[in-house]
Design a protein around this ligand. Structure first.
Ligand code: CA
Length: 225
């Protein structure tokens, strides 16, 4: 796996590089925001670890620019501790995951591994629930004939919930199924994504499909008659 790390704090960058290299991965480190897009345009990476606070172009802008240019490299954003707004903004910008500083290197490694893991193509083609449909070949979602734009992780979350539709999915199961973590990340990651997904598939429609099961998790189900 090839990982690009963008971090201007030299000590942090050195620790991260060492931890990722000890997994047998190839690691490149950049320390300036302006150098990221030119490198991504010419070199393939399986994952990008991106600090938000950078000289030049900041991390959030880098992600936004990447997604605008259809660069699909999965991004793990490093955020300042406790900056919830920054994390939500990061996910909205198109990041796939975030990790608050200071972090444990083992957790960083686990998350990078999850990002780089290849998704095996599912056999089923289109999943349906009421007037919601998901084409798993072309990754297209529609509700009542209206296309829904989904970020890659939102797509995986929707596919996961649709494949379990009618059954309650615990947060832990969602974390394992959608993020490939085999541990609890101990954040509100799932809730943030469900909120975003709900905004996209349910907002503006008379019937709600994505329901919260208090204290347990979430379920996608047909509206009761
Ligand atoms: Ca920094």
């Amino acid at each position: 796996m090839r990982v690009l790390v963008v971090e201007d704090e030299r000590k942090t960058a050195a620790f991260v590089r060492k931890a990722l290299q000890s997994e047998g991965w190839t690691v490149e480190v950049l320390d300036h925001g302006d150098t990221v897009l030119p490198l991504l345009a010419t070199t393939h990476f399986d994952a990008l670890v991106l600090d938000i606070m950078l000289p030049g172009c900041d991390g959030l802008t880098v992600v936004r620019q990447m997604r605008l240019r259809q660069m699909k490299t999965p991004v793990l954003l490093l955020t300042a501790r406790g900056e919830v707004g920054e994390r939500v903004e990061g996910l909205n910008a198109g990041a796939d995951d975030y990790l608050a500083k200071p972090f444990a290197l083992a957790e960083l490694v686990a998350r990078v591994r999850a990002l780089g893991r290849r998704v095996t193509e599912p056999a089923a083609t289109t999943l349906h629930l009421a007037d919601l449909s998901l084409d798993t070949i072309h990754h297209r979602a529609e509700r009542a004939g209206q296309p829904i734009e989904l970020a890659p992780r939102e797509y995986r979350l929707l596919e996961f919930l649709l494949r379990s539709s009618g059954r309650v999915c615990a947060r832990r199961a969602i974390v394992e199924g959608v993020w490939d973590y085999d541990f609890d990340p101990g954040t509100n990651l799932v809730d943030v994504y469900v909120m975003r997904l709900r905004e996209k598939i349910d907002a503006g429609f008379a019937t709600q499909l994505l329901h919260t099961v208090r204290g347990i998790g979430y379920v996608l189900k047909e509206p009761s008659p």
